[in-house]
Design a protein around this ligand. Sequence first.
Ligand code: SF4
Ligand code: SF4
Length: 326
Amino acid sequence: MDAKKVKAFARAQGADMVGIGSIDRWEGAPIQMDPRQIMPEAKSVIAMAFRFNRGTLRGIEEGTFFSNYSSMGYGALTHLYIPMTVINLSKFIEDHGQEAMPIGHLSPWRAIDNEGDLRPFSRPVAPGRAQPDVMVNLRIAGYLCGLGEIGWSKVFLTPRFGPRQRLGIVLTEAELEPDPVMEPGTLCNRCMACVKDCPVDAIKRDQSVKVTLGGYDLEWNDLDCQRCAVGLRGGVPVEDEEHANYMDTEVYGMKVARGPHTPWRHKPQNLYKTGQAICGGRGCLRACMISLEGREVLENKFDTPFRRRPAWSVDWSQEDDATSSG
Ligand code: SF4
Ligand code: SF4
């Protein structure tokens, strides 16, 4: 078994892109994000990209069919398609006598939150061990395995699909030939279309996070994850109870009103746990895809441009809440 056979098998199982990173690329990783804390003898990480269709974003672009992204583009990939592929690839590797662990999505059991702070619900089993569960950051794994780069928006970008994929990984004790890491700036040209189209100003234009990974200095915006959590669901944070009409609960202590980026009077129910991704396929994703396609830097080309009509926006200001709360 070698890298070529592993990649061919992963593609045959449904992965659109496959890249390999040697474990030494995680040298210096924070303990809670270090794959060696999970599998101390791991030698390779295999990252796979699974595209969601451009057509899946069409209903959001037209403002008429939102659930397709939350189901086919998000939940079904995360909870069905990617697990099946990473499990089958792990079986293939173990059939060749090397241990392999399939990781299809970020565990809700992870010990660190979106800001990287430790949650108090678990403790290390021994000195020097990470607190369970360790979270291997999938975007960083995608980058360290040579699949693409992390854009200014913090969304993972690949040369084939731009921002249009989700990622899965396999940790393995097999030593496989690694792929080169992509030089930062190959795809993201800091056009700031993602900043402009974020409805809740979660993506910062002037504030960034800088890290050195894979031999390069990387920089992306210092995303306000809490504002994104509101915007992602279609809401905007508000101060007053009177306009907090979009959800039954607050998000991170913020009251939530309907935003101009949702046509829903009330946040729709979850689908595969991700029915809340109203903005997930709208703001930063579409803006970035349109920008990258316009610059003709993506390999997955289309005969027609994605945006064919002016972008829509909903004016909720004239709605009577007494008749619109359903
Ligand atoms: S929209 Fe522009 S700045 Fe934002 S991630 Fe995409 S290419 Fe980079
Ligand atoms: S998903 Fe929406 S709210 Fe979140 S950063 Fe992207 S554009 Fe902003």
